[in-house]
Design a protein around this ligand. Sequence first.
Ligand code: URP
Ligand code: ZN
Ligand code: ZN
Length: 481
Amino acid sequence: MTAAFDLTIRNGTLSTASETFCADIGVSDGRISALAERLPPGKTDIDATGRWVLPGGVDSHTHIEQRSSSGVMCADDFASGTTSAAFGGTTTIMSFAAQHRGDSLTDVVADYHARAAAKAVVDYAFHLIISDPRPEVLDVELPALIDGGIRSFKVYMTYDKLKLDDGQLLEVMAVAQRERAMVMVHAENHEVIQWIARRLLDRGHRAPRFHAVAHAPVAEGEATHRVIALSTLLDQPLLIVHVSDPVAIGHIRAAQTLGVRVHGETCPQYLFLTADDIDKPGMDGAMWCCSPPPRDAAAQEAVWRGLQNGTLQLFSSDHAPYRFDASGKLPLGGDTTFKEMANGVPGIELRLPLLFSEGVMAGRITVNEFVALTATNHARMYGLHPRKGTLAVGSDADIVLWDPTRRTTVDWSMLHDNVGYTPYAGRELRGWPATVIRRGEVIVDGGRLNAAPGSGRYLRCDVPQPLRIERPAPPERRLFS
Ligand code: URP
Ligand code: ZN
Ligand code: ZN
């Protein structure tokens, strides 16, 4: 007898962003072809009794094989980065094709495509980082790349070699508006950070912990408020990435209440770390440094509230992997000041286990909210839904079987990145992604990877479909947009 499905997953409890139900899943040709009780056998049959069956994670903020603006290369390439993602229950990543000033965007994207195609083990899409919005980039390269399926670009309000001024931000937003793309913003006020940093260094304060002092909350709050204000000129949807500060969250919420189409993303470091983690002897604190920096317990609570009340709709890793040596965090060894340290923390593998444990198992969010925050909202935000981010007939069979009973004490040796440490070492987590299925193939099970480098597929993004926040456009906008 021929099997009805390539794969049948039976007896599981399934959760999507909106509901939880018991059903079997039938998979044919890499897609979910049936969701019903008592399905016939598949060529492969998995008994999911006792497992929670959730969509594979979508991590829409990762830095893989990326050179920073100060010339430092990430520790993870597309092989180690996507392997680490897979072991953590993430079956789709979005990473950045980063333009440095003077670069052709088209060449940058071709380079990232070549790197990813040979190595990725999970499916992937790209965002752009635009640091040089000269006319031919905006008018020629960008529309062509958007046509090719890259419909989101990140812009920076800080970092000497990445920062755009307000006029440039508006120029980028205008292209996004015309081409129906998403603008992601790193919102920190550059002048404030530089002013504090200069004064700290003049007074001899060089250690990693001063990074958190220089990247003051007011820098994030002011920039968030300003870029939201700019976006209202064009009514262009925005995503404020890696939000850490209660005042910034308040600005996003207030704008949403007025109907401004602004969305918020946060990351594990803002729920599970604080500035005290950076305050370590010697240079060790560099391992906890990212921008914006982890803040304090009150900020952590505000971030949890933002996730619970829908102000923050995405939970991404912002995996920015740098080794704790001269190739990464410490370009000048022991003489590196907080200004020269590579910014960023790893998190691609622990993003889901951390939120599952401290969010779902601890009762702070529901499992449906977990699915929305870690998969469905990402797929919607970047035009990958319903192919990715849900369990539905016709969707790619990207499925994770969670073991809610497993207890794990985090240690870097159990992870699969190339970083050499984890900022979350020593934490006890409840629940773990035991079996990971990508387009119907079991790629992680029993702690082993079963996916060849290059078997991850490139995903073209469609028009973003973020949660809609509607507001009528004033008629004057027609004159300049
Ligand atoms: O510190 C961080 N977040 N580094 C990664 C780059 C970025 O700004 O997202
Ligand atoms: Zn950033
Ligand atoms: Zn980032």
